[in-house]
Design a protein around this ligand. Structure first.
Ligand code: THG
Length: 367
């Protein structure tokens, strides 16, 4: 592929200088911002992530801030997840749906206070939808994108590294909760979360001035832990079943099709804009759903468009993410499969970019 021309429309991040000094080899664009995808190689990065610790520039996971008396009401309008029991200090993975029940985004919601929330978005223009709702319903709430840039620390040694920089108390932060921890005189939101299943934290860096100092502090403190710059890893996230909005799901899919039914409380999520539509489709149940799929044979090429899944001469689904897994010795993939073929063990064929491959529907993801 050709190079990416830099321009104002493709935003750098407050960590881009560190990412470039670390030798980033490829970027993608996410929320109109640079997101690194490769440092050494996708496979070398994968092995390192699963053994050591990495610091990820995920500033492209932009925050949409909801602030004001109607912020909780607005948050509930966005999602079929019941937010009533959510306390400040908690994070929640939250499907966002339109009036048809179609997925618009799958953010992490961060509840800072009763009247202040961050919606940590995946790659779609969610702020426009949220602003439209806030204005259309004349809600008393401010909606904007503050200059907040998440920095993830992921891998089995992440807790040790974060404790060296923020203090031992970070060890007691539970999964999908956050605390405020000081760095250079500022309190930062530090959550135990992140887009891998190797464990770790996400630090929400407010402003740009302390971004590179924090990056440098983590790199210096982790030298003997083998810390490296890293990024969300394609192989690891497929093994872990972490979906990518725009790839594995779009606004054509309901949360149930995406396997996100466990994050929906459609009966009780009063106010959710897609609630009626979801009540209707959830009653029947989905007719296709996300599945882990093992694709046989040697390494598949990159999946940059959906690959048809075929069985008995019929199209029964599509694969949207795939990669060779060194640890499992097979190609791991995420696909959407029709109910006639979604049972574990079902043999299917996948029309990859370089030909038909045999494949098997798995009982679950690998991690
Ligand atoms: N962190 C933050 N913001 C984000 C992401 C992130 N925004 C974009 C993108 N990632 C949103 N998508 C996801 C997908 C999965 C998870 C988080 C964000 C995730 N899922 C776990 C799972 O599915 O097992 C845990 C969910 C739970 O139990 O609540 O972590 O990574 N800040």
């Amino acid at each position: 592929m050709a190079l990416l021309s830099p321009s104002r429309r493709v935003r750098r991040t407050p960590f881009s200088d560190g990412v470039e000094a670390a030798g980033v080899k490829a970027y993608t664009v996410y929320n109109r911002m640079l997101l690194p995808t490769v440092f050494e190689s996708v496979e070398a990065d994968y092995h390192h992530l699963k053994r050591h610790v990495q610091v990820w520039d995920v500033a492209c996971e932009r925050q949409v801030e909801l602030r004001g008396p109607d912020s909780a009401r607005l948050a509930q309008m966005l999602t079929p997840r019941d937010l009533r029991g959510m306390l400040p200090g908690r994070c929640a993975y939250m499907p966002i749906v339109d009036e048809t029940g179609g997925m618009l985004n799958d953010p992490v919601l961060v509840k800072l206070a009763e009247d202040r929330w961050w919606v940590s978005i995946a790659d779609s223009d969610l702020m426009l939808w949220i602003k439209g709702i806030a204005n259309g319903y004349r809600l008393d709430v401010l909606v904007d994108e503050p200059n907040v840039s998440p920095l993830a620390v992921q891998g089995p040694k992440a807790e040790d590294l974060v404790a060296r920089v923020f203090g031992e108390a970070v060890r007691s932060v539970k999964f999908f909760r956050f605390g405020l921890f000081p760095f250079e005189g500022r309190d930062l939101v530090v959550a135990r979360s992140g887009y891998s299943k190797q464990g770790g934290f996400e630090i929400y860096v407010e402003g740009s001035d302390i971004a590179m100092p924090l990056w440098d502090a983590l790199m210096a403190a982790g030298e003997d832990l083998g810390v490296r710059a890293g990024c969300p890893n394609l192989i690891e996230r497929i093994e872990s079943g972490l979906l990518s909005y725009g790839n594995d799901m779009t606004d054509d899919n309901t949360p149930h099709e995406c396997g996100l039914g466990r994050f929906c409380d459609t009966q009780t999520a009063i106010g959710c804009i897609g609630r009626d539509a979801l009540l209707r489709v959830a009653k029947e149940g989905p007719v296709k759903q996300v599945r882990a799929i093992a694709i046989e044979g040697d390494r598949v090429p990159g999946c940059d468009r959906p690959w048809s899944i075929v069985a008995g001469g019929q199209r029964v689904g599509q694969v949207t993410s795939a990669a060779w897994s060194p640890d499992h010795g097979t190609n791991v993939a995420i696909g959407m499969v029709r109910m006639t073929h979604w049972d574990p063990g079902t043999r299917i064929e996948v029309e990859t970019a370089d030909g038909m491959r045999s494949a098997v529907v798995q009982p679950g993801f690998w991690a």
